[in-house]
Ligand binder design. Structure first.
Ligand code: PLP
Ligand code: COI
Length: 357
């Protein structure tokens, strides 16, 4: 994948926090690199992006994103390869999804090549923050929010696009217990479930808290109309191996995030000749497959979550213990294969990796 860097002004910090990082203890999303990128939208156009020392923002109390939620984000990762190169995984897909989120949330489009150049730049400036340790990476968080100081309801005329980064390990430290949610809804047809917008996550917090109180790390959302079909989980898409077929809810519905990790897993499965079905997946089908032993693997797929094994599945008043993680041939293989592509241990034959200089 070609690499391009816009001419972006950089003001470096004089107070780096790098030496204070405890690389053996990196809680997800709590350690922030030294710089951030900022670009403003006003008078109908994007200004010039700038990299500045990481720090707080000063906002007007009427900042419209705070009140009405015109706010979108992305998540992607940079890896240090075995040759000490810097590799960002499929940022073109994030650029495209960001553009789609802009459209749905009535926000100004950010051209994909600008998104990519901004990612290149912030990663290059804070490249010392990319961990050297296996299983670790630099999480990149691009986001955009409305900044008009106006409390009428309308789409804002002004926006901020920003990126910061965090050195991270795995989002989940252990295999997950998840619960099939039948009362609350994450997203409905015609809504904003496909967009990576802040409110989707806010809406999930209360049901997720109830799930946590009952011992579940995450929920598995079902469709808003009938709660009959599996959609996705809180921070990841969900995938099953049933009768040797990789089965995952189709993205045709506009209620599911079009996950880049899931897409990569599907593309690898296709390449390996494994049958794949992207279609409606009913709760009943999954429960039946658990009961009759044809369901052999269940896992989540996401940038932060990577390939997150699901150990127990709660449904109504039952808790199903799923197959031992060590026996899960496909998902273990896919996890290792993706990790090797990202870290340059095997050939990137799909051209998924973007090298940053
Ligand atoms: N679904 C939701 C709700 C998410 O927040 C995420 C994470 O980004 C995903 C799915 C997985 O998407 P991706 O693999 O692109 O990170
Ligand atoms: C991601 O995987 O990038 C996500 O956005 C999930 C989560 C941290 C909200």
């Amino acid at each position: 994948m070609a690499n391009s860097v816009l001419d972006i002004k950089v003001t470096r910090t004089t107070n780096s926090k790098l030496a204070q990082v405890d690389w053996n203890n990196l809680p997800f999303g709590k350690v922030f690199s030294d710089h951030m990128l900022v670009m403003n939208y006003e008078n109908g156009e994007w200004g010039t992006p700038e990299v500045v020392p990481f720090g707080h923002l000063q906002l007007h109390p009427a900042t419209s994103a705070i009140h009405y939620g015109q706010s979108i984000f992305e998540g992607l990762k940079a890896y240090r390869t075995v040759d000490n190169d810097i590799a960002v995984f499929r940022p073109d897909m994030n650029a495209k999804r960001f553009k789609d989120s802009c459209l749905r949330m009535c926000m100004p489009e950010l051209p994909e090549e600008v998104f990519l150049s901004c990612v290149d730049k912030i990663v290059a400036v804070d490249s010392d923050w990319i961990p050297y340790k296996g299983g670790y990476s630099l999480y990149i968080r691009p986001f955009m929010f409305a900044v008009d100081d106006y409390i009428g309801i309308k789409s804002s005329d002004t926006y901020k696009f920003m990126i910061f980064t965090c050195p991270v390990g795995a989002y989940y430290a252990e295999p997950l217990n998840v619960k099939i949610e039948e009362k609350y809804t994450r997203a409905s047809t015609g809504g904003v479930g496909r967009a990576k917008t802040a409110g989707n996550y806010a809406a999930s917090l209360y049901p997720a808290k109830l799930g946590k109180d009952a011992g579940f790390h995450q929920l598995v959302w079902t469709d808003g109309a009938e709660h009959k079909y599996i959609e996705e989980s809180g921070t990841m898409n969900i995938m099953f191996v049933i009768d040797g077929v990789l089965v995952t809810p189709s993205e045709e519905s506009d209620t599911i995030l079009r996950g880049i990790t899931k897409r990569s897993v599907v593309e690898l499965a296709n390449d390996w000749g494994m049958p794949v079905e992207e279609r409606k997946v009913s709760v009943e089908e999954v429960i039946t497959a658990i009961r009759n032993g044809s369901l052999t693997e269940v896992f989540g797929a996401g940038t932060a979550a990577t390939i997150a094994q699901i150990q127990r599945l709660g449904f109504r008043d039952e808790l199903f213990e799923l197959s031992p993680i060590a026996n899960r041939e496909f998902s273990n293989k896919v996890y290792n294969h993706l990790d090797k592509i990202k870290t340059g241990q095997i050939e990137d034959k799909f051209n998924w990796v973007r090298k940053v200089k």
